[in-house]
Design a protein around this ligand. Structure first.
Ligand SMILES: [Mg+2]
Length: 180
C-alpha cells in the first residue's frame, strides 16, 4: 500500500541585504546590521500565517575574497538575534561571483529549488520578496506564486522585473501576502 506523502508547506523566500536589513555593500561585520522598517513587526505575522521564512542571499563578497564565510555567519547570527529566536527557518547563501557559472546565484533559482526540496515546500504557494530585479527573476524562474519587490531600486525597475507587486514598504508586503 502506498504511504500518503506528507503535505507540502508554504514559504516566503526573503532576500537579505536591502530587504531585511540595510544594504551597506558587502556586509561583513555584525555591527553593520540594521533592520529595515517594519521587518521586525511583520515577519512574526507572516510566520503565524503558516509560512516558513527562508533567506536566500547572494554573497559574492565571499567569492571575491572580501570577507570569509565565518564573517557571513557572524552577520547572520546578529541578524537572527535582532529578528528574534526562531523567526528564520533556514538560510541559503551563494558565494559565487557573477563571472562564475552558477545555478544558485540569483537571478538563477537554485537556492529556492534546493530549499523547496530540503524543507518540503510547495513553490506554487510561496512568495519571493526582494529589492532587486534579480530577486524577482529568481522567484519567477523557481515558479513561486508571486514575487514582490520594494525599496528604492524597485519602482524604477518595475516593468522589466516582471514582479507581481511593487510595494512601498514591508508592511505592504505583508498585507499583500496575508490578503491573498
Ligand atoms: Mg538585496
Amino acid at each position: 500500500m502506498d504511504r500518503e506523502k506528507p503535505a507540502l508547506g508554504k514559504a516566503i523566500f526573503l532576500d537579505r541585504d536591502g530587504t531585511l536589513m540595510k544594504d551597506v555593500g558587502y556586509c561583513s561585520q555584525p555591527e553593520q546590521v540594521e533592520l529595515l522598517d517594519g521587518v521586525c513587526d511583520q515577519l512574526p505575522r507572516l510566520k503565524k500565517a503558516g509560512f516558513k521564512l527562508i533567506i536566500v542571499t547572494n554573497q559574492s563578497g565571499i567569492g571575491r575574497g572580501y570577507f570569509a564565510e565565518e564573517d557571513f555567519r557572524a552577520v547572520q547570527r546578529e541578524l537572527e538575534k535582532q529578528l528574534g529566536p526562531g523567526i528564520i527557518d533556514a538560510t541559503y547563501f551563494c558565494a559565487d561571483t557573477p563571472q562564475r557559472e552558477s545555478t544558485r546565484r540569483k537571478p538563477n533559482p537554485g537556492m529556492l529549488l534546493e530549499a523547496a526540496t530540503d524543507l518540503g515546500i510547495d513553490l506554487g504557494q510561496s512568495y519571493m520578496v526582494g529589492d532587486k530585479v534579480s530577486d524577482a527573476e529568481a522567484g519567477i524562474r523557481a515558479g513561486v506564486r508571486a514575487t514582490i519587490l520594494f525599496g528604492t531600486d524597485a519602482a524604477s525597475k518595475a516593468l522589466e522585473s516582471g514582479a507581481t507587486l511593487i510595494a512601498k514598504d514591508f508592511a505592504e508586503v505583508a498585507e499583500f501576502i496575508l490578503g491573498g
